[in-house]
Design a protein. Structure first.
Length: 289
């Protein structure tokens, strides 16, 4: 679905972690990377070099993917990289014509007009199509919640999408953060509880997912974006740097390990910039006048 930001085929995942074992009787439990002793963070010069190569990659593209260009626009607003990274550098007008894409234009146009009818519908089924449609609906509602009131069952939808994992989880975490940026949180305790859960689930997802992959780098970027830096092992940033391709981009996953992709590259760039600039001014993704 072209109008749904970052969305790709999603699959559920699970993890089986053994309980702690008495060391005097059995071998110590093998810890996953983010549970083990903290590795040294990558040298800032390595992050800088990878970031510069990724930025060069975006400038070699005649037409960067529209969804990737939306992310790059936010990164430029937050990290002040230069006008050549604005959405308008790649597109003179917003290219998504589907009505369900109008809310996404809020990321670059504070005056966008959208109605609740443009958001799509909430589906109660459990098919992949239902979940994908609900993800688009969830994001659209969050982007416009300061102008169009949220449906009564919206937070239940956020919680359900969070538990689905993978791309559903990353998009639910984005949507909750957008609610905060838009001043639409009405139950702060419930929101804080959900965001803490999202941080925990993102941390597990980052450990479990294959590397390099679009999903893995998106999960790292989103975790940093929502304030989960303390849960991220520096090794994850080193892994991103080490899997950069010669042209400055990153692949979608193992099946295309030698071919750069716009989505994956912008997600990797986002993760590197968030990690390297923890004191960057807080910047809302949603553009307002």
């Amino acid at each position: 679905m072209f109008y749904c930001l970052f969305l790709a085929a999603c699959h559920s995942s699970s993890s089986n972690q053994p309980g702690p074992q008495p060391p005097q009787h059995t071998a110590p439990r093998i810890q996953k990377t983010d549970e083990a002793a903290e590795p040294a963070p990558p040298h800032p010069s390595l992050i800088k070099a990878a970031t510069e190569k990724a930025l060069e990659y975006t400038q070699k593209k005649n037409k960067l993917d529209p969804n990737a260009a939306l992310v790059l626009h936010f990164l430029n607003r937050k990290f002040n990289m230069g006008s050549q990274y604005d959405f308008s550098h790649f597109y003179k007008k917003y290219p998504i014509s589907d009505p369900r894409g109008r809310a996404l234009e809020r990321m670059v146009n504070p005056n966008v007009k959208a109605t609740a009818a443009d958001f799509g519908s909430r589906y109660k089924g459990t098919s992949l199509v239902d979940h994908l449609s609900n993800t688009s609906y969830m994001m659209n509602c969050a982007l416009m919640c300061d102008k169009i009131p949220l449906p009564d069952d919206y937070f239940t939808l956020l919680e359900q999408q969070t538990q689905l994992g993978r791309y559903f989880l990353t998009h639910a975490a984005l949507s909750l953060q957008w609610l905060k940026e838009n001043g639409c949180i009405t139950d702060q305790a419930r929101a804080d509880k959900l965001q803490n859960l999202q941080k925990e689930l993102l941390t597990k997802l980052i450990v479990e997912v294959e590397q390099p992959s679009d999903l893995g780098m998106e999960a790292v970027a989103v975790l940093l974006y929502i304030g989960g830096r303390d849960k991220l092992s520096p090794q994850r940033i080193t892994n991103i740097i080490n899997t950069q391709l010669p042209d400055g981009g990153w692949p979608l996953g193992r099946n295309s390990a030698k071919q750069s992709h716009d989505h994956a590259t912008v997600h990797a760039l986002w993760a590197l910039l968030e990690y390297a600039n923890p004191n960057a001014p807080a910047t809302t993704w949603i553009v307002k006048n």
